[in-house]
Design a protein. Structure first.
Length: 376
C-alpha cells in the first residue's frame, strides 16, 4: 500500500514541478501576494489631505494649525479664505478634511473661555472619517492640556479650581497600533486556501481531461490510496509556503512572531483537511479546469468575507454570525493571529483547533466518499 501511495506522490510532484508556469505559481506568486497585501492591506491613515480655513489668523489659531500639520496624520494642501473654496475642494475629493477657525478663537482663549474650532470631514468612507476624527480629537486634547498647564498657576492664584483627569493607555500585542501586524498574518490563510483549493481541484480534473484518470481507475490502486497520493503533495507544498511566507512576514515586514512555528504548522495541517477536502469535492463536481476554477472562487469569496479577515464578525447580523461558525477560515485566522501577535499556545487555542479538526474530518470524509463514488 505504501509503495503504491509513494508512487502516486512522486508522480504528482513531478507533474506539478516540471511545468515552469506551475513553479512560478507555487513559489513566486505567494511572494508577490504577501508583498502586495503587506503594503496594500493597511487601514492606517497618514498624511490626510487637509485644507486650512483660518478666519481668525491669530497666534492661537496658528499654534493649533502647527499641532495638526506637524503630526504625521494631517498634511496641509490648501489655504482657503471662502466657503465656496471649501465646498469645491470637498466635492472634488481634493481634501478629506477642512480645519476651520472662525473669528474670535484666539480672543476666547485669552479670556480663559472655551474656544471652538471646526473640523469638516468628507465622510464618504465612514471608516476613514472615524479614524481621522479620532486623530483630531487627540491633537486638540493635547493642545488643550498644554494651554491649561500654562495657565494653571494663574488660575490657582485666583482660587479657581482646576479639576483634571489623566488617562494613560497601554496597547497589548500591537504596541504601535500598526494595521499590517493584524492583516499580514491573515494573508497566510488566504494564500493557503486559494492554493490548495486550486491545486487539488484542478489537478484531479486535469487527469479527467487528458484521459489518465481512467488509467488510474483500472490500476491496482484502491480509492483511498489514490486520494492520499493525490492530496499529500499539495499538503507538503502548502506547509512549505506557510514557512516561506512566515519568514517574509517576520524578516521583511517586521511582524512579530511571538508563538511557536511548530504549533503554527500543526494547526495548518489540521486546516488543510478542510481546504484539501473542499478541493477534492469540487473536483467531483467539475468536468473541466475552468469549472473547477470558477467553483473554487465561488467557495473562497464567501468564506473570506465571513472569516473576519476584513470585517469584524461582531458587526455582522446575528444570523450571519451563527453561519460563520461553519467557516473553518474563521478559526484558522484566530489561530494565526494568536500565535503571531499574542504568542499563545495550545492551552488558549484548543477550542479553535478542535472546531477545525471536527470540520476538517467531516469535510474530508464526505469528499473522499463522494470521490470514490465518482470513480465507480
Amino acid at each position: 500500500m505504501f509503495e503504491r501511495i509513494k508512487s502516486i506522490i512522486v508522480k504528482e510532484f513531478i507533474q506539478v514541478l516540471r511545468d515552469p508556469r506551475m513553479r512560478f505559481t507555487l513559489f513566486v506568486t505567494p511572494m508577490i501576494q504577501i508583498l502586495v497585501f503587506g503594503y496594500a492591506a493597511n487601514t492606517d491613515v497618514r498624511n490626510v489631505p487637509t485644507a486650512i480655513y483660518d478666519l481668525d489668523n491669530t497666534y492661537e489659531s496658528r499654534d493649533v494649525i502647527r499641532a495638526f500639520t506637524y503630526s504625521k496624520y494631517f498634511q496641509a494642501k490648501y489655504y482657503i479664505t471662502t466657503d465656496a473654496q471649501q465646498n469645491r475642494l470637498i466635492n472634488k475629493a481634493r481634501v478629506t478634511a477642512v480645519l476651520r477657525f472662525d473669528r474670535g478663537f484666539g480672543r476666547a482663549l485669552e479670556g480663559n473661555r472655551s474656544a471652538r474650532l471646526q473640523l469638516i470631514l468628507d465622510a464618504s468612507d465612514s471608516n476613514t472619517a472615524s479614524i481621522v476624527l479620532g486623530y483630531a480629537n487627540q491633537i486638540v486634547s493635547r493642545y488643550s492640556q498644554r494651554v491649561l498647564q500654562g495657565r494653571e498657576t494663574i488660575l490657582l492664584e485666583k482660587k479657581v479650581a482646576v479639576p483634571s483627569a489623566e488617562m494613560r493607555d497601554r496597547s497589548w500585542f500591537n504596541e504601535n497600533l500598526e494595521s499590517k501586524n493584524y492583516y499580514v498574518p491573515g494573508v497566510i490563510s488566504l494564500l493557503i486556501t486559494v492554493m490548495t483549493l486550486l491545486l487539488t481541484s484542478m489537478a484531479i480534473v486535469r487527469e479527467k481531461e487528458i484521459g489518465t484518470m481512467e488509467q488510474l481507475i483500472v490500476s491496482p490502486l484502491r480509492p483511498i490510496e489514490l486520494i492520499l497520493g493525490k492530496l499529500t503533495p499539495f499538503a507538503v507544498i502548502a506547509l512549505v509556503q506557510v514557512t516561506f511566507v512566515t519568514a517574509v512576514a517576520e524578516l521583511w515586514f517586521q511582524i512579530p512572531m511571538r508563538g511557536s512555528l511548530l504549533l503554527l504548522l500543526g494547526c495548518t495541517m489540521i486546516y488543510l483537511l478542510t481546504s484539501l477536502g473542499v478541493g477534492l469535492f469540487i473536483s467531483t463536481l467539475s468536468a473541466t479546469q475552468q469549472e473547477a476554477m470558477m467553483s473554487t472562487f465561488l467557495f473562497f469569496f464567501p468564506a473570506n468575507l465571513l472569516s473576519g479577515f476584513m470585517y469584524p464578525i461582531q458587526n455582522m447580523p446575528v444570523a450571519i454570525q451563527y453561519v460563520t461558525y461553519l467557516n473553518p477560515l474563521r478559526y484558522y485566522l484566530v489561530i494565526l493571529r494568536g500565535i503571531f501577535l499574542k504568542g499563545v499556545g495550545f492551552r488558549i487555542l484548543y477550542p479553535q483547533m478542535i472546531a477545525l479538526l471536527i470540520i476538517g474530518l467531516a469535510v474530508i470524509t464526505f469528499s473522499a466518499l463522494r470521490f470514490r463514488r465518482s470513480l465507480g
